[in-house]
Design a protein around this ligand. Structure first.
Ligand SMILES: Cc1cc2nc3c(=O)[nH]c(=O)nc-3n(C[C@H](O)[C@H](O)[C@H](O)COP(=O)(O)OP(=O)(O)OC[C@H]3O[C@@H](n4cnc5c(N)ncnc54)[C@H](O)[C@@H]3O)c2cc1C
Length: 472
């Protein structure tokens, strides 16, 4: 049966786009964190939407499951097949055409396999900003960003991927093509199918193309690094920037002393320019459409006010683009420093800002009591209440054996605090297979059952990315 399917897939795609040898398939079978590994009957590389539809029809006929994959940078194992060797991985990487830029509509129509950085660069070359920005932008793809509803560093001003999307083209579990690419900003015609597919992590349909919003390019951007002592003063600082800079505030990232120490250990060139390794280093970006002078004066006057209020005690304004980039690299390298340090336990969570201090104080205390010497690498998109509350074992302890024993109770401890503070166990990375077990308790039985009802209705054979997000 498998041989018959492979022969049919080769007819649809051509032999060179059906990968079966170990060498060729290996890069698609392990996730970025090297936490999950699987096997696949084949890795398929369709070149257009019709080929995706034909693949789904062929697989549906023989009940073979399909795992969609973009850049394979996801953190939750959503793009990795299981170990049966009976699933196919469908990589969108060859579908990387920008089909059109509509200057009047301020939109870009593009295929799911476009790499995010290429889209950003293309937008700039046409005089626009495509604001989605994240550490993996050199390899993640727009289909993966949509399927995970990725966040990143510009959510504060422009929203997450869902907010940037005006339309989708999707291949359904039956191999039908839904063309929802009108790109309208208003369209109240019943259920919003677009929003259903966004964030569904390949479990409801395969995204093949999208219409995304473009924005005017800012004339000037100013970036500053600021030292704060604690979370309450950091939130007061955020509120001050929100009040004074309003929509000019495009970034507000928090890095703790511990996360920057790890950075400096693995990337010594990334020394923090703030004095005395402050408890919190805050990276703030303002973007302006008026003038350099306007935004610079505004930034200086807000920082002066913050100093007078006693909520910051040091600040460095980037004097040129390369220094601004160096500040952003510091922030982006924390994830890489953690990977270099060894396996860690990630918690991508959101906490209401009003409960953030309580969350951190209580969780830090409980963690240190339970696991003396544990290292808490806490950083994130603080402007959105999004923390990456990551855990590494005490210095000198082997992470693999530490995690094997302690992963479950650590997740439970942290997620219990998240729930008690009214937060979410997944802010922007999704559920995949990593958080499958926790989802029911987090969503509650009603929401969880509604999700299952939707999954059964749209994918009755359960062939689209089974056992990711939901097990049915
Ligand atoms: C260094 C680093 C920094 C990161 N920073 C951030 C960050 O700031 N914010 C953030 O949100 N994420 C971040 N991530 C996580 C990751 O980059 C995002 O989740 C990204 O959106 C995944 O895109 P991808 O193309 O790599 O998707 P993949 O990893 O290939 O897939 C992710 C999920 O989407 C599904 N999928 C992929 N393509 C499609 C499609 N066309 N149709 C249907 N389903 C599909 C897959 O089946 C899987 O379930 C980071 C990752 C790294 C490595």
């Amino acid at each position: 049966m498998s041989q018959q399917l492979l022969a049919e897939l080769e007819l649809i795609l051509g032999k060179s786009s059906v990968l079966t040898s170990e060498n060729e398939t290996a890069p698609y079978l392990t996730d970025w964190r090297k936490r999950y590994s699987g096997k696949a009957l084949a890795v398929l590389l369709p070149g257009n939407t019709e080929e995706v539809a034909a693949i789904v029809k062929a697989c549906a006929k023989v009940h073979i499951a399909i795992v969609p994959q973009g850049g394979n940078t996801g953190f939750c194992g959503g793009a990795t097949p299981d170990n049966s060797g009976q699933q196919v991985v469908l990589s969108l990487k060859r579908m990387n055409q920008i089909r059109a830029i509509d200057v009047s509509n301020q939109t870009i129509l593009l295929e799911a396999g476009c790499i995010l950085q290429v889209v950003q660069e293309q937008a700039v070359s046409e005089g626009f900003l495509f604001p989605l920005s994240l550490g993996a932008e050199g390899s993640c793809m727009i289909g993966g960003n949509l399927a995970t509803n990725a966040g990143g560093t510009n959510v504060l001003r422009y929203g997450n991927t869902r907010d940037l999307c005006l339309g989708l083209e999707v291949v359904t579990a039956q191999g039908e093509i839904w063309d929802g690419l009108k790109g309208l900003r208003k369209d109240n015609t019943g259920y919003d199918l677009r929003d259903l597919f966004i964030g569904s992590e390949g479990t409801l349909g395969i995204i093949t193309a999208a219409v995304m919003k473009l924005y005017p390019l800012p004339i000037s951007q100013w970036t500053t690094l600021v030292a704060t002592e604690d979370i309450p003063s950091t939130i007061t600082l955020l509120n001050l920037f929100q009040k004074r800079a309003t929509s000019l505030l495009t970034g507000f990232e928090m890095m703790t002393q511990e996360s920057l120490a790890l950075n400096e250990k693995h990337f010594p060139q990334m020394a923090n320019p703030l004095k005395n390794h402050p408890p919190f280093s805050i990276l703030i970006e303002l973007s302006d459409h008026e003038s350099e002078e306007h935004v610079r004066q505004l930034l200086e006057s807000i920082l002066e006010e913050a100093l007078e209020m006693g909520i910051i005690n040091d600040a460095v304004i980037a004097s040129n683009l390369s220094q601004a980039n160096a500040f952003w690299h510091m922030r982006e390298h924390i994830t890489l420093a953690q990977a270099a340090e060894g396996a860690n336990l990630k918690h991508d969570i959101t906490i209401p800002l009003s409960a953030l201090d309580r969350f951190i104080q209580t969780t830090d205390r409980l963690m240190q009591k339970q696991y003396p010497g544990i290292r808490i690498i806490n950083f994130g998109h603080l402007g959105d209440g999004n923390l990456h509350y990551n855990i590494a074992p005490p210095e000198g302890v082997d992470p693999i054996s530490f995690n094997a024993t302690n992963e479950k109770p650590i997740h439970e401890l942290i997620y219990a605090q998240v729930e008690s503070c009214g937060g979410s166990i997944s802010a922007e990375h999704g559920v995949g297979q990593l958080k499958l077990g926790e989802l029911r308790a987090h969503k509650g039985p009603v929401a969880h059952e509604l999700m299952k009802t939707l999954k059964r209705a749209l994918d009755p054979q359960n062939i689209l990315n089974p056992h990711k997000v939901l097990s049915i």
